[in-house]
Design a protein around this ligand. Structure first.
Ligand code: GLY
Length: 341
């Protein structure tokens, strides 16, 4: 992981680090300008709805058309759609070539671009197809966040809250304070950059200890069983629901289950419900979507036993519990709570 102050520093690092190797790039429409001059670039549409096999095929075709070899480096710059599909295309092209991530959204900085999860959505299921391949390098430059809309910052901030909730109660309290004192409007501040660094450090520590998601890394799935179902339901209706917003909603539902089943202090559920209401708004899904949401949760790839839904829950902030199960009635109750706030 490299932290860069500005885009010139990013370009200088790339030129120095990959001299003599063919570098090709994949970028989304908003980020092609960050690719260093002279690097052939495939520009892709951005958005979760493009995280599909067609995008992966486009990248494979691009690599083929430029006669990429196993020595080629694929630079992926953009949000999670680019880093996930680009990483997967790199992991599978000629049995694997190096790739670099330069994430340009907060969400991709703190989550998608580290830890080596690559893949795409299929059959309406998030990340149904994918593999683990670590990026050769990830370059973080928070200066790239300055032009992002507030919703994009909030989307990434939800994953930062998740990292704090599963790993560090003090950090959770710090992030609540940042929301209240308006720090999210100052992404150029040193305080914001430090919070991003701490969040990435949590992600790297957990993913590094369990790269293939068999043990402690499952703690990072907190909020994602319900969150992925809410996100998939939105996509199937042709609506845009930012990933972080879906994770915020998923965390509220799973905090409800944590309080109900694991004795988590109610205060945390109340705090996060207020955060959601005040900053993220209400869930778009409602009780009419219940059947579909329960079906999507049952098909989640984290489930081991057919018919059971697997969750990561919390006993407290910083005390995650993996491989917990909730029955259909309890899950319905948690979603009803989410839709009521
Ligand atoms: N996004 C969760 C993980 O990388 O494990």
């Amino acid at each position: 992981m490299i932290f860069a102050k500005n885009t010139d520093e990013v370009s200088a690092m790339l030129s120095a680090g990959y001299r003599g190797r063919q570098v090709l790039a994949v970028a989304d429409v908003n980020t092609a300008a960050f690719v260093p001059r002279g690097v052939e670039t495939l520009v892709m549409p951005c958005g979760e709805e493009h995280k599909n096999i067609e995008s992966v095929e486009q990248i494979w075709d691009f690599l083929h058309a430029h006669e990429a070899t196993r020595d080629t480096v694929l630079l992926c710059t953009g949000g999670g759609t680019v880093t996930d599909t680009g990483g997967f295309a790199a992991a599978t092209y000629k049995r694997g070539i190096d790739y670099l991530n330069i994430p340009t959204t907060l969400l991709a900085m703190v989550d998608a671009s580290t830890g080596g999860k690559t893949g795409f959505n299929r059959n309406g299921v998030k990340n149904e197809i994918g593999c683990f391949k670590q990026p050769a390098e990830t370059v973080i430059c928070t200066a790239l966040l300055n032009t992002l809309p507030r919703e994009e910052i909030l989307s990434g901030f939800a994953e930062m809250m998740k990292h704090a909730l599963v790993a560090d109660k003090r950090e959770y309290v710090r992030l609540l304070a940042m929301l209240e004192d308006g720090s999210l409007q100052h992404t150029e501040s040193a305080e914001f950059a430090d919070a991003v660094k701490r969040s990435i450090a949590i992600k790297e520590r957990i993913a590094g200890a369990d790269p293939e998601d068999r043990g402690i890394r499952k703690t990072l799935n907190f909020g994602h069983t319900a969150g992925h179902a809410l996100e998939a339901a939105a996509i199937s209706k042709g609506r845009v629901l930012r990933h972080g917003y879906a994770v915020m909603q998923g965390m509220v539902a799973e905090l409800y289950l944590s309080a109900l089943k694991e004795g988590m202090p109610h205060e945390i559920l109340q705090q996060m419900s207020s955060v959601m209401r005040e900053y993220y708004g209400r869930a778009e899904c409602g009780c009419n979507d219940m059947k579909e949401l329960l079906r999507l949760m049952r098909s989640d790839k984290k489930n081991k036993t057919a018919g059971e839904t697997n969750f990561t829950l919390l006993a407290d902030a910083g005390k995650p519990l993996t491989d917990r199960h909730a029955g259909e009635k309890e899950t319905e109750e948690a979603l009803e709570y989410l839709f009521s706030i």
